[in-house]
Design a protein around this ligand. Structure first.
Ligand code: ADP
Length: 226
């Protein structure tokens, strides 16, 4: 099996590409954003630790995290942001690793790892075989972000500027989906990407390695009992 990183910039179209791969092409997708929300749900280990660290004041009446309040706290305080990351990142990492293993055991040839900060966090980049960047130019990104999140031009610009630029991400990509055009044009590129992943034989490297490893273990076992 191979891991295929999928990333982009805010409102560049990553979620749209991810859902096409998942829903139209039945690809296994690990959604890091979704996992990040799940690990802080009430009852989860990270939720408990966050409340212990930041106090009950960051909870809403229903016991879920007040994301706005927590966002404000960590926006103003770098040390607190690090603390929060130190609580959530290992939990997110664990769930991602377990999901990868599940797909490996089920015999999938590839898994899409949908991670917004794929290049910034550097955790998963060492494990991915291909890195797909959903790219669009600044103008398209700005207007899509303004429309989707009902933001003013300056608010949207501020959010885009706080991230690594799409130009930089594009340079680090092994595959670029150019999303400057229509949704139909993007869809065709996703279809091509799917074909490429389906036909790639790179998954065999890991499969053969695992097989050789198991054969070695059996050989050692037979030597020991024989
Ligand atoms: P991201 O996950 O990268 O933040 P989304 O997939 O949510 O971005 O896309 C941002 C917005 O732009 C959404 O409202 C989406 O429907 C719209 N969008 C994405 N691609 C296109 C496109 N090619 N043409 C027009 N709108 C698009």
């Amino acid at each position: 099996m191979i891991l295929v990183g999928l990333t982009g910039g805010i409102a560049s179209g990553k979620s749209t590409v991810s859902s096409i791969l998942k829903n139209d092409f039945n690809c296994p997708v690990i959604d890091a954003d979704l996992i990040a929300r799940q690990v802080v749900e009430p009852g989860a280990k990270a939720h408990k630790k966050i409340v212990e660290t930041f106090g009950n004041g960051i909870l809403l009446a229903d016991g879920t995290l007040d994301r706005g309040k927590l966002g404000e706290i960590i926006f103003q305080d770098e040390a607190k942001r690090r603390k929060l990351n130190a609580i959530t990142h290992p939990e997110i990492g664990k769930v991602i690793l377990i999901s990868i293993l599940k797909y490996l055991i089920r015999g999938h040839r590839f898994v899409i790892l949908d991670v917004p900060l794929l290049f910034e966090s550097k955790t998963w980049i060492n494990l991915t075989t291909f890195n797909v960047v959903v790219y669009c130019d600044f103008g398209a990104q700005l207007s899509r972000l303004m429309n989707r999140n009902s933001l003013s031009e300056s608010e949207a610009k501020q959010r885009i500027d706080s991230q690594m630029s799409l130009e930089e991400k594009q340079k680090l990509a092994s595959i670029v989906i150019n999303n400057n055009g229509s949704l139909d044009e993007m869809y065709k590129q996703v279809e091509e990407l799917h074909k490429l992943l389906q036909s790639s034989k790179r998954y065999l490297i890991l499969r053969i390695s695992i097989l050789l490893f198991i054969l070695c273990l059996i050989y050692l076992f037979l030597m020991l009992i024989g």
